[in-house]
Design a protein around this ligand. Structure first.
Ligand code: FES
Length: 154
């Protein structure tokens, strides 16, 4: 993903008519384009939208998708919602964390591991999303195979 710069941030604010009430949409646009919200972007948004840094920071912290750390090239999300939990997503999460040697929200070797709360694929639990593509009935061996595909694509 491209690196965010102050000019692009300003342009995104202008595209939303500089309206502070559109902060969530502005942040969504930034995360869609750049993958995360760096601290300097939080400061810039506060200045340009005439909000306090605490206001902007509070919104960034509230939403899971507004990452505050730069993600890896690949985003692996494991569903933690009820239907997936009933079908073993906690065990799958433990397996993923051990296999990748990292915790949720961490990034190692260009892979970011994150929780997600329902991918709309409950009938095929447990569900995983990798780089925007949803996979169902993911057991440990299927997870390993998906991971191998990612590692081959570094
Ligand atoms: S609960 Fe996991 S996809 Fe719905």
């Amino acid at each position: 993903m491209a690196r965010i710069d102050t000019e692009t941030t300003s342009q995104i604010v202008k595209n939303h008519n500089g309206k502070p009430e559109l902060l969530v949409q502005i942040l969504q646009t930034i995360v869609t384009r750049f993958g995360w919200v760096p601290p300097e972007t939080t400061r810039q948004l506060a200045e340009e939208l005439n909000l306090s840094r605490a206001d902007v920071h509070g919104v960034v912290e509230y939403y899971h998708d507004f990452r505050t750390k730069e993600p890896g090239k690949h985003i692996v999300k494991i569903c933690q919602a009820e239907a997936c939990q009933a079908m073993g997503s906690r065990q799958l999460t433990d397996h993923a964390q051990k296999t990748l040697a990292m915790s949720m929200h961490d990034t190692e070797n260009n892979i970011t591991l994150e929780p997600v709360y329902c991918l709309g694929n409950c009938a095929c639990s447990p569900a995983v999303m990798i780089d925007g593509k949803t996979y169902g009935r993911v057991d440990e061996s299927r997870f390993n195979a998906l991971l191998n595909d990612l590692r081959g694509d570094k």
